[in-house]
Design a protein around this ligand. Structure first.
Ligand code: FAD
Length: 388
């Protein structure tokens, strides 16, 4: 089997990348170890994805946004960030960016479901499901070849790995990554609450844990709790009633009575940044390139930005009739993605490190940082810039 582009991983980023090649002359394949049944209707995984306007525009361009039913999309009008139990908050408002909202909130399984629905309608993309990519040989000048779990070999001018932050393909081509283990877990779940959220997202950086809420439809929010591993086992193990009360207390009764809907999901907080994004006839996208800490909700947004850059470089090479996998094309992609990703990655890790530090100087710095971002216009604009 010979393709122009093979994408390893049909997660949200791999699927979106494949959709971006609709109506081109490229022969594309996308491979995932998951079955078609799961890809058609992915299970709820607790992640509710906050999307920027730029990301929504990318989803519009690749023809996916219109597939997502409006009633499943919630808007985020404001975001408030607070330190421990202080009443002072750093505020971001939709008016600050001259739009009708700061962004959107959509469950991850819904995004994946409609990306797949769109993909099915694209004739130049072949899906190979229930198949794992075992290894890659990218030492040839003309193509990379992949060995699949069904014992078949597949050749492609370019292999793009979108196979998660613990990317096997990345290791197989010898690219290492900076890995930061925060030694915490994030518990995510949907909860119904008595008082309305007014479409405001909250992030309470408490001294013991980080407690956040993202406004979903009706009086429901995505509740995000970042805690030590022990507390996370405790929170997952207790009864629903006890959990409801714990979270209600963590919010200081802010939302009134709260009730868990569905399950609680736990994710380890490990961030990764690949030392290179490209190699001979090989590129990394999505979490495989940069695995962000979810606290600033930029992971998928950055993945979409990365695939936008890569798609542009490839389409421009096609227009100029040059090899879509030439080192120049891939180096341009790497350079442009680094420029966007480095500041986001470092600032997010910095925010997490500061707001999980409870030494006296750090407590002072935490309060100072919120006031500084709120009152120094260029600093605030820099934060708002990534939401546009
Ligand atoms: C709790 C939480 C909350 C989040 N909230 C937000 C948010 O609000 N906003 C935001 O922008 N981002 C958010 N993110 C980040 C976002 O979920 C990720 O950035 C996104 O899922 C990455 O998608 P991906 O396609 O790169 O990788 P993945 O979703 O990890 O998909 C990888 C795919 O590759 C397949 N695969 C792996 N290895 C192989 C192989 N060898 N062969 C074949 N297939 C393979 C897997 O089966 C999988 O389908 C959050 C993350 C978490 C954990």
């Amino acid at each position: 089997m010979i393709f122009d582009i093979v994408i390893v991983g049909a997660g949200p980023v791999g699927l979106a990348l494949a959709c971006g090649f609709a109506n081109t002359k490229l022969k594309v394949a996308i491979i995932d170890k998951l079955s078609k049944k799961i890809l058609v209707n992915p299970a709820i995984d607790g992640r509710e994805i906050a999307l920027t306007h730029h990301s929504a525009n990318i989803l519009k361009k690749i023809g996916v946004w219109n597939y997502i039913p409006n009633e499943l999309i919630s808007v985020i009008k404001e975001a408030k960030i607070l330190d421990d139990s202080s009443k002072y908050s750093l505020n971001f408002k939709y008016q600050d960016i001259n739009k009708e909202s700061l962004g959107y909130l959509i469950p991850n399984n819904i995004i994946r479901r409609y990306l797949y629905k769109r993909l099915k309608d694209i004739s130049n993309v072949t899906l190979i499901n229930r198949t794992e990519c075992l290894s890659i040989d990218n030492n040839n000048n003309k193509y990379s070849s992949l060995l699949l779990s069904n014992k078949r070999k597949i050749k492609s001018s370019l292999v793009v790995a979108a196979d998660s932050r613990f990317s096997k393909m990345r290791s197989k081509v010898g690219i290492s990554a900076f890995i930061h283990n925060f030694d915490k877990n994030m518990i995510v779940c949907r909860m119904e609450h008595e008082k309305p959220h007014h479409n405001i997202a909250y992030e309470f950086f408490r001294y013991k844990q980080t407690q956040a809420s993202l406004p979903y439809i009706k009086k429901q929010s995505s509740i995000v709790t970042t805690v030590s591993k022990e507390t996370s086992s405790y929170l997952k193990g207790i009864s629903k009633n006890k959990f409801n009360k714990e979270i209600q207390n963590n919010f200081n009764n802010f939302f009134g009575k709260m009730k868990l809907i569905g399950k609680r999901y736990s994710y380890p907080m490990i961030t990764t940044y690949s030392k290179k994004f490209v190699a001979n006839r090989f590129a990394l996208v999505g979490d495989a390139a940069v695995g962000m800490h979810p606290v600033t909700a930029h992971g998928f947004n950055l993945g979409l930005k990365g695939l936008e850059i890569l798609t542009k470089e490839i389409k421009s090479a096609l227009d100029r009739n040059i090899d879509i996998s030439s080192s120049r094309v891939l180096r341009n992609y790497q350079y442009k993605l680094h420029r966007v990703a480095i500041p986001l990655y470092l600032s997010t890790n910095g925010i997490v490190s500061l707001y999980t530090n409870v030494t006296y100087p750090a407590k002072l710095a935490r309060k100072f940082a919120l006031r500084m971002v709120n009152s120094i216009k260029p600093v605030k604009q820099a934060f708002l810039g990534v939401l546009k």
